[in-house]
Design a protein around this ligand. Structure first.
Ligand code: PLP
Length: 479
């Protein structure tokens, strides 16, 4: 039986359905699976030839017991989750002739970012549990631009779910905003929040405060599909298996993933896949917001003011999934994690001792990619090959170029492209020679359609957000 423990260890463990429906644990910690299943070579061998959806069925059934979701139902939910995908099998694009460097394109879902991969499933499984319990749910989620559209699309029209995507006004691309505000569903209520000097982090704080009030959380039936939700992280393990099976020549060969990291949820999916036995290593690629880079290069977790970058979806000051990573790296030491959380909340900084620092950086090299390097990476690759990266994929590719040599041996690497370039035309314009039109790869019909749809959005100031949400949710539950 797989149970879900809090990283802080102060609340009792819960089954999968409760972990998914509640989002945060009652003690404010994040859920982690126990045990993390270790896979035999025979099992990995069997998985090698599977397509993405069948692989997802295998991986997810390691984390969701049939007593909680019967296997047939799980299979159906996963099949449905990929219906709106251009193709569920994410393409792997070779960047050289030797088969050393690859791009994993995770942006072929309905809202053109990797968030779609987990979100379709998350919303469906929540709906499944709500149906079974005859309940309703109020989803609130802070977004730096891609979680919001993915959740809005997946939640649109579902009777048991109302959804409030919150975004820092003026800090996401117009295209991301339109994707969120033009779904045309009554149950999706996007809120543009003004006055977020710390971007999405300011919204995370409000969400965490609402979730920290247990009676309120219960009364408002709150949950979230940010990567605080363990369901998201579990689904994000699958693409590491999928890419590994296609790139590694032999089972057991090492492989490096370069990941553009923000809240660190995608990275944590990889860390879980590694804990399950996949022989992978990581490049943690950040932009000029270097919290994660400071952790892996100096052993210190410290807050600094937000800096705006061209890869805006990873403009994050507190990568909250790091607590999950710390839990895994420390061998499940919830007491240690809780002490670190308390220290971080009190002082805004935690220094890890040498022994723990060694565990944290095992198989991980971090780097920080400047905006100039992001643009030159996009432009060089485009000029050389005609391949267009979005700025986040460019952070991954540039990150690999910057630190690939720190890994011993002749290991292949996969740069994770997390968004379609059509979501960031303003950045693409900056890397094009003056007067040249946007390339065709920077356009997408779904975004062109969104430009002609009527947007629905409300605005609110950060100081008013908590009360505004409470009022709106209470009204929706009465309706
Ligand atoms: C395009 C893109 N790339 C990378 C990330 C970072 O993912 P995570 O927050 O899981 O680290 C995000 C998330 O916000 C994103 O939207």
């Amino acid at each position: 039986m797989v149970i879900y423990r809090s990283t802080r260890g102060l609340s009792p463990p819960v089954p999968f359905d409760q972990a998914v429906l509640e989002g945060f644990s009652a003690d404010g910690g994040l859920f982690v699976p126990d045990p993390v299943p270790r896979l035999s070579d025979a099992r990995l061998q069997h998985w090698r030839s599977l397509g993405y959806v069948d692989l997802a069925k295998e991986v997810m059934s390691c984390f969701i017991d049939p007593e909680v979701v019967p296997k047939q139902d799980l299979g159906r939910l996963l099949d449905d989750s990929f219906i709106a995908f251009e193709h569920p099998d994410p393409p792997l694009v070779p960047l050289d002739k030797k088969g050393q460097s690859w791009i994993l394109e995770l942006f072929h879902g309905p809202t053109l970012s990797f968030k779609d991969i987990a979100m379709g499933f998350m919303i469906r499984i929540m709906d499944y549990f709500l149906d079974r319990n005859d309940e309703r749910l109020s989803l609130i989620l802070a977004t730096t631009g891609d979680t919001g559209p993915a959740a809005a699309y997946a939640a649109a029209g579902r009777e048991r779910i109302n959804c409030w995507p919150l975004y820092p006004a003026g800090m996401i691309s117009l295209e991301q905003e339109l994707q969120m505000t033009t779904v045309g569903a009554e149950n999706v209520c996007p809120l543009a929040v003004q006055g977020c000097s710390n971007g999405g982090d300011d919204l995370d704080v409000v969400v965490a405060r609402l979730f920290g009030d247990e009676p309120l959380k219960k009364r408002l039936k709150l949950s979230s599909v940010n990567s605080i939700n363990i369901g998201r992280v579990l689904m994000q393990t699958v693409h590491y298996f999928y890419a590994y099976f296609r790139v590694a020549a032999r089972l057991g060969d090492p492989l490096i993933f370069s990941i553009p990291a923000g809240a660190f949820g995608n990275f944590c999916g990889g860390a879980l896949a590694r804990a399950m036995g996949l022989p992978i290593q990581f490049i943690c690629a950040t932009n000029k917001n270097r919290t994660l880079h400071r952790i892996f290069s100096q052993g210190v977790f410290a807050k600094r003011p937000l800096r705006h970058s061209l890869s805006s979806a990873i403009d994050i000051v507190v990568p909250y999934n790091f607590w999950r990573f710390l839990y895994l790296a420390s061998g499940g030491d919830a007491e240690l994690v809780n002490r670190a959380v308390v220290e971080f909340e009190r002082d805004g900084t935690v220094q890890f001792d040498d022994a723990l620092y060694d565990k944290l950086r095992y198989g991980v090299v971090s780097t920080s990619v400047s905006d100039a390097r992001t643009l030159s990476t996009m432009s060089d690759l485009f000029q050389r090959t005609g391949y267009l990266l979005d700025p986040h994929g460019a952070v991954a590719v540039a990150g690999a170029e910057q630190v690939r040599e720190k890994f011993a041996g002749d290991i292949a690497w996969v740069s994770v492209a997390t968004a379609h370039p059509a979501k960031f035309p303003e950045v693409i314009k900056q890397m094009m020679p003056a007067g040249r039109q946007l390339p065709e790869a920077a356009l997408h019909p779904s975004i062109e359609m969104a430009k002609h749809a009527g947007p629905k959005v409300s605005t609110c100031r950060l100081e008013e957000l908590e009360h505004r949400l409470q009022d709106e949710i209470e009204t929706s539950l009465r309706g």
